[in-house]
Design a protein around this ligand. Structure first.
Ligand code: 0O2
Length: 232
């Protein structure tokens, strides 16, 4: 899937973003009043709007069926320029918008937070069964948590956005998780970006976070069991 730009826009982007750029140059270029670049990022904002609406509709429909709303809250963001730069550097992706668009899947990110694990899978199934959602990749870190304890269900999808004269397919990453998983991930995220920790302290905090991840996984399972029993 590809975001197609007019050839004049392509030329501008090609000349604008070179592979030798530093982060500061990259960010300042993107922050300039540059219409094609603004347009490029606005497609991701539109994809977020489309996907959020789909989840709001599902949330509403579940409540009409006499069930409580499965979604506690949603958070969305277009990835920051600095974060795109770091991911591209870490993955050796050339600093050109074409490559970034093709190889970074989470420029548009939507996080859907639920109380119960079962709701995550049900929402994901309903979302993926819609005929305008194209699944690119599914990563189930609930079934197979990361070594550090990270859990969430990730769906990389492509969604159409309908503009004045055209339809474009745009990629987005949907992360579905419970409140407990979200609480854990926010704290662990802070640890990942702490640069001034000694090796000992880092090891201690990582072990402690892994214990919390295991404990919160047990909590999620028990809360689900209690709900199942209540609904029997
Ligand atoms: P940020 O700051 O949230 O944007 P891919 O995107 O598939 O090419 P990647 O990044 O290895 O490759 O994919 P993965 O592992 O599915 O992670 C994507 C996103 O999930 C991350 O984006 C985080 O938001 C979240 N995530 C994954 N692993 C962890 C983890 O161990 N801890 C926490 N707290 N979040 C995690 P970014 O770009 O890394 O970060």
């Amino acid at each position: 899937m590809k975001i197609t730009l007019q050839s004049s826009q392509r030329e501008l982007l090609r000349s604008a973003v070179s592979s030798e750029m530093t982060e500061a140059e990259f960010v300042s270029l993107l922050e300039d009043e540059n219409e094609p670049l603004r347009q490029f990022f606005s497609y991701y904002k539109c994809a977020i709007m489309e996907i959020e609406t789909k989840f709001r509709v599902l949330n509403e429909q579940f409540s009409l069926d006499g069930e409580s709303n499965p979604i506690e809250f949603m958070q969305s963001r277009v990835k920051s320029y600095g974060s795109i730069y770091h991911k591209a550097s870490a993955k050796n992706i050339p600093m050109r918008l074409e490559n970034i668009e093709q190889e970074i899947n989470d420029i548009a990110g939507i996080r859907v937070v639920c109380s119960f694990i079962q709701d995550i899978y049900r929402l994901a199934d309903c979302f993926l069964s819609q005929d305008d959602i194209f699944l690119i990749e599914r990563k189930d870190y609930i079934d197979s948590p990361k070594k550090n304890g990270y859990r969430s269900l990730h769906l990389i999808v492509a969604v159409p956005i309908f503009l004045e004269n055209e339809k474009r397919m745009v990629k987005a990453e949907v992360q579905l998780r419970t409140i407990a998983m979200d609480f854990w991930a926010s704290l662990e995220h802070k640890l990942r970006y702490k640069k001034d920790l000694s090796q000992e302290k880092l090891a201690l905090l990582s072990d402690s976070l892994k214990d919390c991840a295991d404990e919160s996984a047990r909590w999620d399972d028990r809360m689900q069991e209690i709900r199942n029993m209540l609904e029997e």
